[in-house]
Design a protein around this ligand. Structure first.
Ligand SMILES: Cc1ncc(COP(=O)(O)O)c(C=O)c1O
Length: 392
């Protein structure tokens, strides 16, 4: 069996053929396990691109959605809703970073678009600084601040504003590249697509300091690394560096599509009536999902679980083709001697689903927060079974 990602089948299934596909057909899932049509049980260490934070079939989340669907499935933001206020206040308390407002939207890219818009409004400046190897989404603004998008898939004739990229590790370059012309810096504190790459506290502190010096807004894109994935509510808590805005999505809804822009009081003060908008953002189903996710993370001690099991992965899984690890919490990169795609394919043949990244030697793990040590033992055993070097 060839377990590598396969090219899409083409128009016969009526789906636009844009996504490479894993060679598995998943029909149901429970906890950290996927069940396929041909009877396999696959350990999911990828969580649908970091979405399935609570795992599959979580009782509290399922109950919250069922009961919200029965009570009130939708009303727009023009109608005040208790569940929306509850989700916003719960999220602000969960973050515990001094933010005082939330704008709910539908996707990570949309959250970033709105964050950038707020930064332009606040500063009256026109340039954004982004980091090497960043990924912020596929829309015009989010794609513009994504590293390498222009060469690969950007697709628009021009970017809507000026963008300057700076190194993700060179602290001295921050002074050169972040200036009084910079409206905002957008950064993933732990890069996801960039290879589970942890920017680290010294870099983030220098970034925040430089933004403060020149009056630029600091945006943390925590679409992938936020909502408990580092073992703290947000990477901002993990590093002790608080930005002006945080965008988050993915784990936020555990599969119910939703995203949020969290704003500090200084940003909130500039939000005027009708300045931002959305139809579906902040809908009652999304808000019920958000509330259920935070409730589960807090009541089931999932942050502590992420910290403990992530440490166990790092202690036990430097075996077989894996030579090192990087990232933070459950955004872990296993550095492989052989191409990561080969390791990923071999692991899938052994019923373990993992991801890759733009770094060809990183296997990316984004498991549900309910993962246990016994599951990690399965990963370790599978890795030990793999060749440690590429065939000549
Ligand atoms: C860090 C980061 N930002 C933004 C996005 C875009 O999110 P979405 O696909 O929900 O638009 C992603 C998606 O992978 C991401 O990893």
């Amino acid at each position: 069996m060839n377990a590598e990602l396969q090219t899409p089948p083409g128009p016969s299934d009526y789906l636009a053929p844009v996504f490479a596909q894993y060679p598995i057909e998943v029909v149901s899932a429970e906890g950290v396990w996927l069940h396929t049509r041909d009877g396999r049980r696959i350990l999911d260490l990828y969580g649908g691109h970091a979405v399935a934070a609570l795992g599959y079939g979580h009782a509290g989340w399922t109950h919250a959605l069922e009961s919200q669907a029965r009570t009130l499935s939708f009303q727009s933001n023009a109608v005040p809703l208790d569940v929306r206020v509850r989700a916003a206040s719960r999220l602000i308390r969960f973050a515990n970073l001094g933010f005082d407002s939330v704008f709910f939207v539908n996707s990570g890219a949309e959250a970033n678009e709105n964050a950038l818009k707020m930064a332009f409004k606040l500063t009256g400046r026109q340039e954004i600084v982004a980091l090497e190897a960043s990924f912020h989404g596929r829309t015009a603004g989010a794609g513009a601040v994504t590293w390498g998008a222009a060469e690969k898939w950007y697709g628009y004739p021009r970017t809507p504003f000026d963008v300057r990229f700076t190194s993700r590790s060179d602290i001295a370059a921050l002074t050169r590249n972040i200036t009084s012309a910079t409206a905002a810096v957008i950064a993933e504190p732990v890069q996801g697509v960039g290879g589970a790459f942890d920017l680290g506290r010294p870099f983030l502190e220098a970034l925040a300091k430089r933004c403060a010096e020149v009056g630029a807004i600091l945006i943390f894109d925590e679409v992938q690394c936020g909502m408990g994935r580092t073992g703290q509510p947000f990477a901002a808590n993990f590093y002790g560096v608080t930005p002006d805005m945080i965008t988050t999505a993915k784990a936020l809804g555990n599969g119910l599509p939703c995203a949020a822009l969290l704003m500090s009081p200084r940003v909130t003060a500039q939000v005027k009536l009708d300045a931002l908008g959305t139809t579906f953002g902040g809908g009652p189903m999304a808000c019920a999902a958000i509330e259920a996710v935070i409730e589960a993370i807090e009541s089931e001690g999932l942050l502590a679980n992420v910290r403990r099991v992530a440490a166990y992965i790092r202690e036990t899984c430097i075996v077989g083709p894996v030579v090192a690890h990087q990232g933070a919490g459950f955004l872990t990169g296993l550095r492989t001697r052989v191409p990561a795609k080969q390791v990923q394919a071999a692991l899938l043949e052994r019923d373990i689903l993992t991801g890759t990244s733009s770094d060809p030697h990183i296997v990316r793990l984004l498991p549900p927060y309910v993962l246990e040590e016994a599951h990690v033992d399965l990963l370790r055993a599978a890795l030990e079974d793999l060749p440690t070097a590429a065939p000549r």
